[in-house]
Design a binder for this molecule. Structure first.
Ligand SMILES: [Zn+2]
Length: 350
């Protein structure tokens, strides 16, 4: 391999069972352990698991419809309530109270998850299917988010670690149905941001090269690479963080969100809308995405802004969740199918 400093390490182990599905014949079950090439974190790929969990990924349309209707009443983000029920910024940060750009509106969060925690409301529609979340909606929200970050950088330069997050629908952890994005900013980085920055720096010091650049050089010719759009490259990660249909995007040469150019924002939002359309095609309706940034006040030669998106279970009476003890407590990853197979399906769809 030309870039031998990046290793894609896999170990395969088996268990032997007498399977009731095969008339109690001896059957091998395969476990493939994959280490994330940057962090070394393990993800276990379990072949055939996708077929098993498929029933939890479907959505009961009648439950979805009744949830849409019941949450529509008094929704704080619907147009008739938006101006009276959402908080306003203090005038030192946003003199006009809220930030509007295109169809997106940014308001502070009532409770929040970080000392600077704001929301971008994506649309005046209370519910959107994943194929209805347009690149423009996402672009307006991202642009709005950057306006907020610029104001924050001028007035509170210590608040320098932002992350953009979308938790879409209750299976993805959202308490509000209405499509929205969260922008969380702290003085100290979130754990994953810190880990990625530290490991990227370690790699840079050890090999004198940027990990993200080396990764793309290898992946571009491989099975997991999806497409490139305006300097944003999309791929399925070798060792997904969590599991269902996880996709990653990397913006080369930009280490923080304030460095992103208009065309790169388009590359991110158009790419994300494409992946959401693919999820819709796979009958998925809930997802999480994170856009990770280095510190806003400096350029890091060894780090690139990157995004992750993954699907979550469907909406059903059983209330199944894939947020269980293994990822939560044991901090291990598990993938329900081989990342290369997922990449093949996405490419076929696109
Ligand atoms: Zn609403």
């Amino acid at each position: 391999m030309r870039f031998a400093m990046i290793k894609f390490e896999k170990t395969v182990r088996y268990s032997k069972i007498l399977s009731p599905l095969k008339n109690f014949e001896e059957t091998l079950v395969e476990f493939e352990y994959r280490l994330d090439p940057l962090t070394g974190r393990n993800t276990t790929v379990i072949k055939g698991m996708l077929g098993y969990v498929q029933k939890f990924l479907r959505t009961d349309e009648s439950i979805l419809n009744s949830l849409v209707n019941s949450t529509r009443i008094n929704c704080p983000f619907c147009p008739e309530n938006l101006w009276s029920k959402t908080p306003m910024f203090t005038s030192d940060i946003v003199p006009e109270g809220r930030i509007k750009c295109g169809d997106a509106l940014i308001v502070p969060n009532l409770l929040g998850h970080a000392e600077r925690s704001v929301l971008a409301i994506l649309s005046d529609k209370h519910h959107l299917k994943l194929n209805e979340i347009s690149p423009k909606m996402l672009l307006d929200a991202f642009k709005c988010g950057l306006i907020y970050l610029k104001r924050l950088a001028e007035r509170e330069p210590n608040e320098r670690f932002p992350v953009f997050i979308i938790n879409y629908l209750p299976p993805a952890g959202s308490s509000i149905m209405h499509p929205h994005m969260q922008i969380l900013v702290r003085e100290t980085p979130f754990f994953l941001t810190k880990l990625l920055i530290e490991k990227s720096e370690e790699y840079y010091q050890r090999f004198g090269r940027k990990y993200w650049e080396d990764l793309l050089k290898i992946e571009r010719n491989g099975d997991r690479y999806l497409f490139s759009e305006n300097n944003v490259e999309w791929l399925v990660p070798f060792a997904p963080l969590r599991g269902i249909a996880e996709v990653q995007a990397i913006v080369s040469g930009r280490s923080n969100l304030l460095e992103l150019k208009e065309e790169e924002l388009r590359g991110l939002t158009e790419g994300l809308a494409k992946i959401l359309k693919f999820y819709h095609q796979e009958s998925l309706l809930s997802f999480n995405t994170i856009l990770i940034s280095g510190p806003l006040d400096q350029h890091l030669d060894y780090f690139d802004v990157n995004l992750r998106v993954m699907a979550r279970p469907g909406l059903q009476g059983i209330g199944f969740t894939d947020a269980w003890a293994l990822p939560y407590f044991l901090w291990d990853g598990e993938a329900v199918e081989e990342p290369e197979k997922l990449a093949e399906r996405i490419k076929k769809y696109l």
